[in-house]
Design a protein around this ligand. Structure first.
Ligand code: FA5
Length: 347
């Protein structure tokens, strides 16, 4: 049987010396290891297979680290203070000395303000999180197939249990934290009412509506007797206040592991008046947010008794809200740093 421990040492030293470390993941040693599994006695296969998988994960992390070292060497120096692409033609107007607030930040203030007036407090998320908050606390047990629906960016750093840390793919990573932080509200007959507007990251195929880096606002409301009608009324009130007019919304049943029942909220496409265009993928509607009644397991995980309390949660794409407000035809303008675009929003 191949000695995995000594193979690990050998592969690690080859990675450290290699300029193309990813090749080592495809090396003949791995093929031989996998090929040897069926030749083992049945009772040895499981343990050996697990060891092979662990080796592959360790080696993949070592490869990623080495690739990072190599690319750090190659990167040209970047002037992060440059206000625009230094190689591009000068814009007609130079940026002002003071700069202006990015439109997304302005809109986050407006969104917070509306929810604060409705009794919600605002909390911040984080840009690196652990798998417990991304998955387990949200009722995705280890190995749950729905984990694959979330196109997360993993980092090479690991948490205490050895799992890679991740760039959060949604602001729902904060649900457990805010329910714990405001738990005492319930004993004082006050609801837990929190919003979390912050940055999220996904390994996406980019298009006019999909960015890899975007913003969401999470909402969490827990008290006695909360029901889905309150969720829909809260969202409709927020959206009508934000857009300053009555809106056509569509609520469809959906699936999220952390809410039951779950819904998807869409707004009629303001670009084509529901006729169908590129921006709404010819559907006439733009999907704006996911929401639902907080799953009892998610409440229990935050030490809240689901037989006494119920709650709703929602996660709304802020970029999409803003796109529709200002009729921005491509989401990628928002993170582009293009001054011509940004200047249109400076007061
Ligand atoms: C979620 O992220 C859930 N966390 C929402 C949720 C929260 C459900 C609480 C239940 C309870 P979803 O993947 O559908 O769900 O994303 C929510 C919204 O984020 C989308 O409706 C969309 O407006 C926005 N969004 C998602 N992916 C992107 C992307 N790549 N670019 C821009 N906006 C996006």
């Amino acid at each position: 049987m191949i000695d995995i421990a000594s193979l690990k040492v050998e592969l690690e030293s080859r990675i450290a010396a290699s300029d193309t470390p990813a090749d080592i993941l495809k090396s003949k040693e791995f093929r031989e290891l996998y090929a040897s599994i069926p030749t083992l006695a049945v009772d040895e296969r499981k343990e050996f297979g697990q060891k092979v998988n662990e080796l592959k994960e360790t080696i993949a992390r070592a490869v990623a680290k080495r690739q990072e070292q190599l690319s750090a060497k190659e990167l040209p120096a970047i002037d992060i203070t440059a206000p625009f692409d230094v190689n591009a033609a000068m814009p007609a107007l130079l940026p002002s000395d003071q700069g202006t607030i990015h439109p997304l930040m302005n809109e986050i203030e407006t969104i917070s303000d509306i929810f604060n007036r409705m009794g919600f407090v605002t909390e911040e998320s984080r840009e690196i999180d652990d798998q417990y908050h991304m998955f387990e606390s949200l009722n995705f047990p280890k190995g749950h197939p729905a984990r694959d629906d979330w196109d997360t960016f993993m980092t090479v750093e690991t948490d205490a249990s050895g799992d890679p840390l991740i760039a959060p793919a949604h602001t729902s990573t904060m649900q457990n934290r805010v329910m714990r932080k405001y738990h005492d509200n319930l004993e004082n007959n006050q609801p837990i009412a929190v919003i979390v507007p912050d940055r999220t990251f996904r390994n996406e195929d980019l298009d006019a509506r999909h960015e890899h880096t975007f913003y969401q606002v999470e909402g969490v409301y827990v008290a006695k007797g909360v029901h889905a009608g309150m969720l829909i009324a809260t969202l409709q009130a927020f959206l009508e206040e934000y857009y300053g007019r009555q809106l056509e919304v569509r609520v469809n049943p959906f699936y999220f592991p952390f809410t039951e029942p779950s819904f998807e909220f869409a707004l009629s496409c303001p670009f084509c008046d529901k006729q169908g265009c590129n921006i709404c993928s010819q559907s006439g509607w733009i999907e704006l947010l996911g929401c639902g009644m907080i799953h009892p397991n998610v409440l229990k995980e935050a030490d809240i008794d689901p037989t006494i309390y119920t709650g709703f949660a929602f996660g709304c794409g802020i970029d999409r809200l803003v796109m529709m407000k200002y009729q921005i035809e491509d989401i990628r303008h928002l993170e582009s740093g293009k001054l011509d675009f940004l200047r249109q929003f400076s007061a």
